[in-house]
Each structure stands twice: as C-alpha cells, then as structure tokens.
Write a protein that binds this ligand. Structure first.
Ligand code: PMP
Length: 426
C-alpha cells in the first residue's frame, strides 16, 4: 500500500516552503501549523500538503500582489443566473435537490449537448448534476476504480485527478505534455509514451481538453489516437471539458471525445458552470454518460454530497438557457488579455508558449536566471507584486515543471494592465 502510494502521488519535498512558512501577518493566537506537529492526516493525503492555489492567493494578499495565480475571474457572472437563483430562494426552493439534479437543470444540460450537435441524450438517465466539476472528477475516480487499478493522466495535470486516484487506492501513470518544439505551435505528447502507459491494469484515462494549465486544445488526430487505445482495451475516458466554451482560435476547435465513433458508451464527460459563466464559487457541475457509467458516478455522488445546492441549480439552468452572448464576450476579453500579457512577458525576457483556450498561459522563465519555478514566483510576488503559480506541483516529474510558470488571465482588463505595468520592474 505504501509503495503504491509513492508511485501514485506527487512527492511533497519542496512544498513545505509554501505550506508551513510562518508569516508576520498571522494574527496572534491563530492556530499555527508547525512542522513538528504530529499529523492526523490519513497517509493517502499526506503527500499533497495544502493546495498551491490557496497558498499563492494567501501570499498575493500578504504582499498586495496582483493575483494572476488562481483561476477565478475578479468580476461577476451574468445577471440572468443571479436573478434566477435569487428567485428560487424566494420561491422556497430550500430543501435537498433530487440526487441526480433539479430536472430543469438536467434538461438544460441535455439541451446544450444536443444544440452542439453531439446527439440526443436523456436528461434523467444520462446527466448527473455535481457540486462543481471537482466533485464530478472524484465521483468518476472513486466510483469506477478498485485498489490496484491504473489511471492514465497527462502531466501537467489538474491536481484533483491525482488526489482522486489516491482516494480510490488506485495508481496514476503519467504521460508528459511537452512545450512546443522549435517551430511547433502546440504542447505535444509522445505516441510511444502514451501507448506504453496502457497496461492490463489500466481502467481509465483522464483527458482534459481544453487543457489547464497549458491552454492546449487536443486535436482530432490526438483524440482519435486516445479513442483507439480506449476501444482496443476497454478503457474509460474521463473527459474534463470545463473550458470548452473558451476557445480563442478557430484553428483549434473543441472536440468532445465522447462524439468520436465508438466512444459514447466509454466516456464520462464532465463540465461545469464556473469557467464559462464566471461563477466559479457556485460549484455547479455535471457528468454526462451512458447509464452503466452514470451508475458508477452516482454510486459515489450519493455518498459524497448526495445533491448540489438547489437554488443555484435553478440559476445554472437560466445561465445555460438565457445568458445569450456572455461566453462570446468572455472569449473576447480573455483572448485580448492573453495577447497583452504574452507581449509583456516576452518583453520581460520570458519565453511565452501559445495558449488557445482556458484561463491560462505557460511561460519559460529560465532566461531570468532563477533556480526553479518556486524561486521565480517568490521573486515575482515579493519584488514585482504579481502572483503566478509555480507549476511543478502539476507534474509527477517535477523537473518538467521547474522551468515554467503559469499565469491566469481571466481577470478584468484593468487588473491585467496593472500586472503588466508592474512586470516592467522585472
Ligand atoms: N477541471 C479543471 C481542468 C479545472 O481547471 C478546474 C478548476 N480550476 C476544475 C476542473 C474544477 O471545476 P469546478 O470549479 O467546477 O469544480
């Protein structure tokens, strides 16, 4: 079990700097977390420490840095969603929702799927509403996996995939996404490495397209390769598509792997309201799958949260049906932010990699001469006043993330411009 955990999870070394650092601003008497305090944390969670996102946001606040670390907008979502949620509260929708979701939201999700030309689905049999995509990810992993099973995960990864796999007592096999080669435009993976990651114990592969943190959109050819391996070996695709509406370049369209031939009954597609509608704090998400896979998702969901906030599900249905061109406006804002930030970072001596979607871009900081990503980000927060994320925590092989830094551009234009002004100090 311990050996398994070592393979399954990222090692904690180095992160204690962030996790346990004392800060002069901590109020006296606050519970402190000391290195020597005996831990009550279960073994499977110990390697993860505290979330890098929370830590960077805390440091950003402490140093009054412009926070381009955590992926949340610094503005509000569409009024139609808020009004519908408030009306639902006033109308007394205050009790537990149906386990699989409030019918009006399941219907809106199915409608959107159909309107995108992805086929007809049954809102009750194929859709499960979850508390954010995060809960959807955990439901898939804990609901599907048995101890000893393997899950293929591309690195860098959204950290829930690895933690969720550990919760299930299963193991991750990592496949690297490499920065674009000279002359290349996209992060890429090695086909042989992907093929080699499949073993007789492989139960699932996590596909996150559009991809956090690289801004990569997997191409049809790449998805077809993944699909062919899944079909050959009866491996389930867990497809995290939370950024599907935030595509900035028509040359890289979003494709749901579930729509490839043969994949409908082998895929669980996850999505949520948060990224598209700037409502990350609402934590309303959903899983779309055939009844057999839906049963696995619900097996966990019914004991994880049982159901998701009732009034917010009404608000979510309104967002999906009535928000008009909200997503288009966000694409315009974010792609403009991305361009401005990319230019400023390039001017500051970083090598910026192209991002075609999401809230994020990745850049190589090595020309600036810092030891690693953490040292660079620490300098950035404390001396420049801009917070970013050191991405080695998103890698199993930390050395792959060490030259890189992740910036979030899902902010008001003024916020990004203020960060750009400060970056001139670099
Ligand atoms: N998947 C990815 C790839 C993400 O980047 C995030 C949020 N950072 C999530 C899932 C979580 O989504 P939610 O807020 O809906 O739980």
């Amino acid at each position: 079990m311990v050996v398994q955990a070592e393979h399954a999870m990222p090692k904690p070394q180095g992160w204690s700097l962030w996790v346990f650092r004392e800060t002069p601003s901590e109020p006296a008497g606050q519970y402190a977390c000391h290195v020597n305090t005996p831990t009550h944390i279960a073994e499977r969670f110990r390697p993860f420490g505290s979330s890098i996102f929370a830590e960077m946001t805390r440091l950003a606040n402490l140093h009054k840095a412009v926070n381009l670390s955590q992926g949340f907008p610094d503005f509000d979502g569409p009024d139609v969603a808020k009004t519908a949620a408030i009306e639902a509260i006033n109308a007394g929708h205050a009790q537990y929702a149906r386990m699989s979701g409030v019918p009006i939201l399941n219907a809106a999700i199915a409608e959107r799927w159909e309107n995108e030309g992805k086929g007809t689905i049954d809102p009750d049999a194929n859709v499960t509403v979850t508390s954010g995509c995060s809960e959807g990810i955990i439901n898939c992993l804990v609901g599907l996996l048995n101890p000893g099973d393997e899950v293929i995960v591309f690195e860098p990864f959204f950290d829930f995939y690895v933690a969720g796999t550990a919760m299930a007592g299963a193991m991750c096999k990592f496949v690297a996404l490499h920065p674009p080669r000279d002359g290349g435009r996209e992060f890429w993976f090695d086909e042989a490495e992907l093929r080699g990651a499949f073993t007789e114990r492989t139960r699932a592969i996590v596909v996150n397209s559009p991809h956090n943190p690289t801004g990569k959109v997997f191409t049809r050819r790449e998805l077809e390769l993944i699909a062919s391996l899944c079909l050959e070996r009866n491996v389930i695709a867990i497809s995290d598509e939370v950024y599907d509406q935030l595509i900035f370049d028509p040359a890289f369209p979003h494709i749901s792997i579930a729509t490839l031939p043969g994949m409908r009954d082998l895929t669980i597609t996850l999505n949520s309201l948060g990224k598209t509608f700037s409502l990350t704090g609402w934590k309303v998400g959903w899983a779309i799958a055939c009844p057999a896979l839906t049963a696995a998702v619900r097996a966990c969901h019914q004991f994880m949260t049982f159901s998701t906030s009732t009034p917010l599900q009404y608000g979510a249905a309104a967002a999906l049906r009535e928000a008009g061109d909200y997503a288009a406006k966000m694409r315009e804002l974010y792609s403009g932010n991305r361009d401005r930030l990319s230019a400023a970072l390039t001017k500051a001596g970083l090598k910026v990699y192209p991002s075609y979607s999401t809230y994020f871009l990745m850049a190589d900081h090595t020309a600036r001469g810092f030891d690693d990503d953490k040292a660079f980000v620490q300098h950035l927060i404390e001396k420049v006043g801009v917070a970013a994320i050191p991405p080695s925590g998103f890698y199993n092989r930390k050395e792959l993330g060490s030259p890189l830094v992740r910036f979030a551009f899902c902010k008001r234009r003024e916020t990004v411009d203020e960060a750009i002004r400060r970056l001139e100090k670099l």
